[in-house]
Design a protein around this ligand. Structure first.
Ligand code: ZN
Length: 498
């Protein structure tokens, strides 16, 4: 068979997979936003069935053979070769796991997720502990089904961020520990920024109007996307022209929904701006977690927490909330949006203290896999680290070790990408400033120019490159976390007059 014929067969199979994917993603989105609670079991059983079908198609030995044969052909284009490379790499993460182990693990994490929720509500870590210990055991056990040079925690780090290892993450987090911990101490000792106005009553239906003004300002294409509502905001890109973001309205907080909408719009824009050539291929949405997070954080922190973003929007927001904001200047609003304070909950943390929450999780995960941490003492270890790095100690498990869902699903290696994404974003913004006057673009209502820069240098490639390659393409340099540290140091030194 010629390479072209083989590629055609491959594409037919991928079309089939994409149809199942669309079905599942739409159902997930529906389940998380509008579907009635009582239909959950019926839905879940059918979704599990479809997921199984999809698993069978993807791991069909014939289809694996087809891809491997194609990958060996030397008359593939560069793009075709890259697409297959990533697809085969991702397949490695599960293809050698025996089906019974895979099923046991899926059942364990599904059960663990239910127990985690109950334990969190009951504030009782002991309820969840046996499940977590079993998940840790199985994760260690399943490493033996992973061929390749990487060992231990490196395997899982690389699943979420290809190319990243403990050695590289250590360098990143050492810098965070060394530079940010003292900076945070200084900020904590400085006089507080007044944020009280942001926690008055802000009716959800008026907030909703404001979110559409923000999306409009960001030139978010509502014919290729939509905004729904959920408990925990997320983005689901079903295809290049179907990007769904969600938010949650808290009527006692002005800031929460604003920055989560911008964050999710950042994720959605990444997929929306993938080139047409790649939009229906595997690399449409296989970007690394760190790369994806870099694009959401870039919009949320580097753009929307910059005063120029609000030159057009703030007067409109004052009109919508005349009572609440009549005496609050744009500068006061921006200061409140950037205020930093040590807190216990990762998802509520500000831009400055956020990476410390991740550092803590990274150190614990690393210790779990290299055996330097006693897994029977995890809650205590967690609390001690919060005290050490943030100066506060959780009093309840729900505000401590039980706050995040990730470990109940066995997602080890995911957390570090959250901090890494912010680190990448600083370097991208630094590069962008060489070509664009970012503040002027935002002031002049030309957000589109910023999006075009992102498209040209990052988005259009989808997941075609390794994160480290993508960074070199966009910035001309290797990843350098000093941009991130310098940005935070400069910003917070100024904000708090340190
Ligand atoms: Zn995100």
């Amino acid at each position: 068979m010629t390479t072209q014929e083989l590629w055609k067969k491959y594409e037919e199979q991928r079309f089939k997979i994409s149809a199942y994917d669309l079905l599942l993603s739409t159902t997930y989105y529906d389940a998380d936003t509008i579907a009635p609670v009582k239909g959950r079991d019926y839905r879940n059983e059918r979704m599990a069935y479809i997921s199984g079908e999809l698993f069978d198609i993807e791991t069909d030995p014939e289809f694996i053979k087809l891809r491997e044969e194609l990958y060996r052909r030397d008359d593939l284009t560069f793009t075709q070769k890259q697409i297959l490379k990533w697809e085969l790499k991702d397949l490695e993460s599960f293809r050698y796991i025996p089906k019974d182990v895979f099923v046991e693990y899926s059942e364990l994490t599904m059960k663990a997720n239910v127990v985690w929720k109950q334990a969190k509500n009951a504030d009782d870590y002991k309820m969840f502990e046996p499940y977590l210990l079993k998940i840790i055991d199985m994760n260690k056990e399943m490493l033996k089904y992973r061929p390749g040079e990487l060992k231990g925690y490196d395997v899982y780090l690389s699943d979420y961020e290809p190319g990243m290892t403990i050695e590289k993450y250590d360098r990143f987090f050492d810098l965070i520990r060394e530079k940010l911990v003292p900076l945070i101490k200084k900020v904590s000792a400085a006089s507080k920024i007044d944020t009280a106005f942001a926690y008055q009553f802000y009716p959800a239906d008026v907030q909703r109007k404001m979110m559409y003004k923000i999306l409009d300002y960001m030139k978010f294409d509502l014919e290729s996307g939509l905004m729904g509502e959920t408990e925990h905001p997320f983005t689901n890109s079903l295809s290049k022209h179907d990007n769904r973001i969600t938010t949650h309205y808290y009527e006692n907080s002005l800031l929460s929904s604003i920055f989560s909408v911008v964050h999710e719009a950042g994720h959605a824009t990444y997929n929306y701006q993938v080139s047409d050539e790649l939009a229906e291929t595997y690399v449409f949405d296989n970007m690394s977690s760190g790369m994806h997070e870099s694009q959401s954080r870039l919009m949320e922190n580097y753009l929307a927490r910059n005063s120029a973003f609000w030159d057009n929007l703030y007067p409109q927001m004052q009109e919508l909330f005349p009572e609440q904001l009549k005496d609050i200047s744009q500068q006061q609003f921006i200061n409140a949006a950037n205020a930093a304070e040590c807190s216990l909950i990762r998802t509520d943390a500000d831009e400055l203290t956020y990476p410390l929450h991740i550092l803590i999780r990274y150190e614990i995960e690393k210790g779990i896999f290299d055996g330097s941490i006693d897994v029977n003492d995890l809650e205590n270890i967690w609390n001690n680290k919060y005290e050490e790095y943030l100066g506060i100690r959780p009093q309840k498990a729900s505000e401590g070790i039980l706050q995040d869902v990730h470990w109940s699903g066995g997602s080890f290696g995911y957390f570090p990408t959250y901090a890494l994404g912010s680190g990448y974003a600083a370097q991208f913004v630094h590069a962008m400033r060489k070509d664009l006057d970012i503040e002027k673009c935002m002031h002049d209502n030309e957000f589109i120019k910023i999006k075009e820069w992102l498209k040209e240098h990052i988005h259009k490639y989808g997941g075609l490159y390794l994160p480290e390659e993508q960074i070199r393409i966009a910035t001309g340099e290797d990843f350098d976390p000093n941009y991130y540290i310098e940005y935070l140091t400069e910003k917070y030194t100024k904000l708090y007059n340190l």
